[in-house]
Design a protein. Structure first.
Length: 479
């Protein structure tokens, strides 16, 4: 293997893979370094296994609640080990896309090992020296473990390790009421665990708007999940490092069979030694980048979670493309953080993009809501606890919105395109939508704005004029 490279990409998650592919397509000689498993967190411990587990949980939920359709599933049994083998099968099916062989077909070499910078244009991979013209840091983030008395005495599950479970914990305590704690907590509850979520914030998914959070809380209540808001753990005891008792700041004692920590993530720096290459770190511990994702070393770029961008696989991929292009072509393309769609894959899904309806300013913006309670598909599926809400400006341009409900993440695609392309509600409303779909709610919200504009301002005057002319013409011709 040569030791001098046009581009060395450190980390083979979504960011590193897309950076490598992009630069290789532009003709760069690329070395992709991975210390653990090719594919990164999204494939092994993030998006893919969590959505596969959620699919198993959804099947259990449908079976359990199918009576409303006149379908009775007697003696429901849930084989957790089989649910987990479905999860592993899904990962194994996708894994070949991210294999060294797949990268070789694109002309990308893969090195297995831990990368550590030794200078401004040099690094070692497990002790073997390499030099680079450019580099991309895409080392991702890792779960943080909470600190409280006795925390060292227990093997807490995290999003890294939960996938090794073959036995369902009867009582699962989840620390953290954010997206990861909510998704995994609800899935485990639907598969049969008695789940308690201990949440430091006043409500679950506190970074989403209050109504979304309240709808999800009601769904958690129906699933039998106990949510303890405004609470944090102060100590834990365990005899076997697995089961034990957690004590909260208000004195509540929570016995559990397993404890899952979902309290945040920190940059995976490990042995990377960015300081040896003159790469600065932000006060929050991320790789410091400018808008073009360049670090404080002109030769080195960063992308994905490690660069402190919103922690989503699609953001990692797009930022990897920006970093790979800039590195390979010497450009300064910018990463656009304004239009980043996000979905929490709970039931219901909570999806949002662009400007939040709560940030709308009266007189400058209008907000329209279409309820799933009046959306035919939602009624037909007896799953109508949701809505689509959009924010538009005075010219009718769609600035953002929130969708809550089944498959909200799918409907979000249309809203994302609208926000990204600065489409108007007239464009959305003018496109015929297939009926009956959950996207009808979004369509109806757009139609409501068009109707508003037809009844106000210059559009209203224009329509009145047209109508007058039409009446006069008909009067003259007598038709
Ligand atoms: C439970 C869970 C569910 C999620 N669900 C979703 C979802 O549904 N949708 C979504 O968009 N996002 C989801 N995410 C977030 C998503 O997984 C991350 O945003 C994404 O994986 C970040 O990609 P990345 O390339 O920045 O880093 P990573 O995927 O973390 O990849 C970094 C890679 O770098 C390697 N590495 C680190 N240091 C070195 C080194 N020194 N030398 C060599 N290699 C190194 C690591 O081993 C790793 O493979 C989820 C995350 C979790 C935890």
């Amino acid at each position: 293997m040569p030791s001098e490279w046009d581009l060395i990409v450190i980390g083979s998650g979504s960011a590193g893979i897309v950076a490598s592919r992009t630069a290789a397509r532009f003709g760069a000689r690329v070395l992709l370094v991975e210390r653990h498993r090719l594919g990164g967190d999204c494939l092994w411990t993030g998006c893919v296994p969590s959505k596969s587990l959620i699919a198993a949980a959804h099947a259990a939920h449908i079976a359990r609640t199918s009576e409303r359709f006149g379908v009775t599933a007697e003696n429901l049994t849930i084989d957790f080990a089989r649910a987990m083998s479905h999860v592993r099968d899904a990962v194994a099916t996708i894994e070949p896309h991210d294999s060294a062989e797949a990268f070789a077909t694109l002309g990308i070499e893969v090195a297995s090992g831990d990368a550590r910078f030794t200078g401004r244009n040099s690094l070692e991979i497990d002790g073997t020296p390499h030099t680079f013209v450019q580099a991309v840091i895409a080392t991702g983030t890792e779960p943080q473990l909470p600190e409280f008395a006795g925390a060292d005495s227990i093997d807490m599950l995290t999003s890294d390790t939960i996938w090794q479970l073959d036995e369902l914990p009867k009582r699962l305590v989840v620390l953290g009421g954010g997206p990861i704690g909510s998704e995994l907590g609800q899935a485990m509850a639907r598969l049969g665990s008695a789940v308690t979520i201990v949440n430091r914030n006043a409500r679950i998914l506190s970074s989403e708007d209050e109504r979304s959070s309240a709808i999800l809380q009601a769904s958690f209540d129906r699933d039998g999940i106990t949510v303890l808001n405004d609470r944090s753990a102060t100590s834990v005891t365990s005899n076997d490092r697995l089961a034990g008792e957690l004590v909260l700041d208000d004195g509540t004692r929570l016995p559990f069979d397993r404890l899952l920590a979902a309290v945040g993530r920190s940059t995976r720096l490990g042995k990377l030694a960015p300081e040896a290459a003159g790469v600065a770190i932000t006060q929050h511990g991320y790789i410091k980048v400018d808008a073009s994702l360049r670090t404080t070393n002109k030769r080195i770029w960063a992308a994905g979670d490690a660069a402190g961008l919103p922690k989503f696989s699609h953001v990692a991929g797009v930022s990897g493309s920006v970093a790979g292009t800039n590195a390979a072509l010497g450009l300064r393309r910018k990463f656009n953080e304004q239009v980043v769609p996000r979905v929490t894959f709970t039931a219901p899904e909570i999806a949002a993009v662009g400007m939040a309806p709560v940030d709308a300013v009266e007189g400058k913006h209008r907000v329209y809501t279409a309820e799933h309670a009046s959306t035919d598909r939602a009624i037909a599926e007896a799953d109508d606890d949701g809505y689509a809400q959009i924010v538009v400006d005075n010219r009718g341009r769609v600035l953002g919105g929130t969708i809550v409900g089944p498959r909200a993440g799918e409907s979000l695609g249309e809203l994302t395109v609208a926000v990204s392309a600065k489409l108007t509600t007239s464009t959305l409303a003018g496109a015929t939508h297939a009926y009956p779909t959950f996207t009808d709610a979004l369509w109806n919200a757009a139609i409501a704005d068009v109707q508003y504009r037809l009844q106000h301002g210059i559009v209203k005057s224009g329509i009145q004029l047209l109508a007058r002319v039409r009446r006069a013409t008909l009067g003259r011709t007598g038709r």
